[in-house]
Design a protein around this ligand. Sequence first.
Ligand code: SF4
Length: 320
Amino acid sequence: MEGPSRPKLGISSCLLGNPVRFDGGHKRSDYVTAKLANYFDFSSFCPEQAIGLPTPRQPIRLVAENSDAEVRAVHVRDYSVEHTKDLHQYAATVIKKMAGFSGYIVKKDSPSCGMERVKVYEKDNAPAERRGVGIFTAKLMLDLPGFPIEEEGRLNDPRLRENFITRVFTMFRWQELLRRGLTKKSLVEFHTRHKFLLLAHHEITYRKLGRLLADLGSVSVDVIATSYIKLLMTGLCHLANPRKHANVLMHIMGFLKDQMSADEKVELLGLIDDHRTGLVPVIVPLTLLNHFLRRYPQNYIVKQYYLEPHPRELMLRNVI
Ligand code: SF4
């Protein structure tokens, strides 16, 4: 079965510029609409409109009796008017429509869509604590463990942005694998091609996944696949950093050591070290490594998604 040619993302509707906010306005994200829209298809949702709230409307907020109590979404002026259950149920209906989605971008600070540090009010007039999660997004995160979800505000951070897009494209490749038909062989190949990408994020997860796949002889591939993708996506949530990238680059360089000249090794090692110490972004040693891979092809290495986990035109690795 033919699948979509590019990843599909769910998104908070106001981020696309739709006038759905409580004040009748929007919160268009230029990065989303001008940059990401060239690489992703979006499907937008406004939970507050979907549960029947008008636009414009009185805002809602998160409240809790105390720090241990359940967090509820209520009308800002009348806490007896509650929307928690409706937002929860709406999230459940959206999750059913998300089978082909590879990720979701949510609006920060919203009592419905925020992913972290949303204000929670405990008493009238007391300062709010930034400890909440929007009710809609909390349900997505609970029911879809490991699924790539990110706030638009956090996408301004180059490392968080690169991490999210990496996870989205990994999820997209996984969905393509499922569409083509999962077999033990294709699962092992998928894992093999993600080896260095995962090592750059979380080596412990790579080892755990190896042990999981060792059960393929006795456990059905479908059972293993469910655990596999959750664990993989959770492992990729760990941020890559210059030290981990440097280790992976050295590891890959080891495959070329017999062909590379002494001068070439010195040159590449110098750039890897420059990246490790923060002098140059990871794209610099990677570009030279790719140059040597073209000169000394290694089939196992050139298939590694680490070399290009997302479209290079997004230039995500030019700034980390
Ligand atoms: S943050 Fe969510 S609920 Fe609020 S306007 Fe945007 S899409 Fe609607």
